[in-house]
Design a binder for this molecule. Structure first.
Ligand SMILES: C[C@H](O)[C@H](O)[C@H]1CNC2=NC(N)=NC(=O)C2=N1
Length: 102
């Protein structure tokens, strides 16, 4: 899979839910949770998806904050698969969303 032109990546990120581009090759997002155990539950779901897709983000857990960093190592940039997976990560986060409306 080939890396995408940066212009296209930036256009698609503008439509994303808070994903940022770093060093022109990493997609990054921080997720905040109600509890540490929710953080870990989310990470386990990301891990399962990563194995299914054979495509893995770098994951860091800082108590109630999980940071995902994703790039396509072999393509050395952002590919369609990366842009597909960040949407799936956001879907997995949905049920954990802290309802800020209350
Ligand atoms: C051998 C194995 O298929 C490759 O190393 C896979 C594993 N997971 C991966 N994950 C990511 N993000 N990029 C890759 O290029 C990649 N390659």
């Amino acid at each position: 899979m080939e890396k995408l032109p940066l212009k296209s990546v930036k256009e698609q990120l503008a439509e994303s839910q808070g994903w940022e581009l770093e060093d022109e090759k990493w997609l990054i997002k921080k997720y905040r949770f109600r509890s540490f155990l929710d953080s870990i539950s989310f990470v386990n779901q990301i891990a399962k998806l990563s194995e299914e897709e054979n495509h893995h983000p770098f994951i860091s857990v800082d108590f109630k904050v999980v940071t995902l960093k994703l790039t396509s190592w072999r393509a050395n940039g952002i590919t369609e698969l990366d842009l597909k997976l960040i949407k799936q990560y956001d879907s997995l986060f949905g049920p954990f969303q802290i309802n800020t409306s209350k």
